[in-house]
Design a protein around this ligand. Structure first.
Ligand code: AMP
Ligand code: MN
Ligand code: MN
Ligand code: MN
Length: 300
């Protein structure tokens, strides 16, 4: 399947998945975004998004509100999640799109993934205190809306607010990453488990932002092979953390590996995210959108 040749008589969106403004990766305050699930959906609608998935980290708690809001606005919506995975000692993110948010195995699986965050956060704070930064746990907690989901982003917001860094980018250069104060290695889900939970819940597993991992070409190849063998069927091509060169590179990889392509801003909040909801360029013609045959996309 590839995009049909341009045809002036063809309506712009309804039978052309490539023309649909799909944003299938963003966060609410249920994980490390700053807006409520309702506000994310309202904003996506106002920004011209045609098809949306809210994909909070390791959390499904925002899905009911997001679905309700999207339904009220007439915005096509698919439930989503972004699962944290440890693969070859590297943290990898896998998106689950079109999942049943009430699936018991998925709900239980991600509850287990979340469970380690509290102890990790306390250790992060202890390291920061040893580096002369007091009160980081309490400071991060002031930015947390969901007590089950304390993340590095909340610590980063505290470090900016307390004047230790100018912005989140500087935080992740100086703190919270490998070799820097506040970095606590953590075991997330296994790749095969995360993909199995997503498939078991009726969803599509998408490898998030492949350009962001510190993997050489060989390791990335091995990751994608293993992801496919586990049942993964798409990769993010156009996303908030890829450059234009990476759109082309990962479009090529999607073709080589016979994977569908996804598009998502990874929006976390106004004034914080580089990319606004629905504002990325469309997918290249040469790839097949992951949503090409989804009922929600046809209805959009
Ligand atoms: P955690 O799941 O607690 O390890 O936190 C990971 C989150 O930190 C990611 O989802 C991003 O939102 C945020 N993050 C990681 N690196 C950066 C960066 N360089 N700039 C801004 N945010 C980042
Ligand atoms: Mn995040
Ligand atoms: Mn991610
Ligand atoms: Mn994300």
């Amino acid at each position: 399947m590839s995009r049909p040749a341009a045809d002036a008589s063809r309506p712009a969106r309804h039978d052309d998945p490539w023309a649909l403004n799909a944003d299938l990766h963003c966060h609410s305050a249920i994980s490390d975004g700053t807006l409520s699930p309702e506000a994310v959906v309202e904003r996506a609608h106002a920004q011209g998004v045609d098809l949306l998935a809210l994909t909070d980290h390791d959390e499904l708690g925002g899905q009911a509100a997001a679905m309700r809001t999207a339904h009220a606005l007439g915005l096509a919506y698919v439930p989503g999640i972004e699962i944290s995975v440890t693969w070859a000692n590297e943290t990898i993110h896998v998106l689950g799109l079109g999942i049943d948010p009430d699936d018991g195995v998925l709900v239980g699986g991600v509850a287990g993934v979340r469970a380690g965050r509290e102890a990790r956060a306390r250790e992060m704070a202890a390291q920061l205190a040893a580096a002369g930064i007091e009160g980081a746990y309490e400071g991060a907690l002031r930015h947390v809306r969901n007590p089950q989901l304390i993340s590095r982003t909340h610590f980063a917001r505290f470090l900016v607010e307390a004047g230790h860094c100018a912005d989140l980018g500087e935080v992740f250069q100086r703190y919270l990453t490998e070799g820097r104060p506040g970095f606590v290695p953590h075991r997330w889900a296994r790749l095969s488990d995360a993909v199995a939970w997503i498939l078991g819940a009726g969803g599509t597993a998408v490898l998030a932002h492949p350009g962001r991992y510190r993997l050489d070409a060989l390791a990335l190849w091995a990751l994608i092979q293993e992801f496919r063998e586990a049942g993964g069927s798409a990769i993010e091509v156009v996303c908030g953390s890829h450059t234009r060169d990476q759109y082309a590179r990962f479009a090529q990889m999607a073709r080589e590996f016979d994977l569908r392509a996804s598009r998502g801003s990874d929006f976390h909040g106004p004034g914080e995210s580089r990319v606004e909801l629905g504002a990325l360029p469309p997918l290249p013609d040469a790839v097949v959108p992951v949503w090409a045959d989804w009922p929600a996309a046809v209805a959009a």
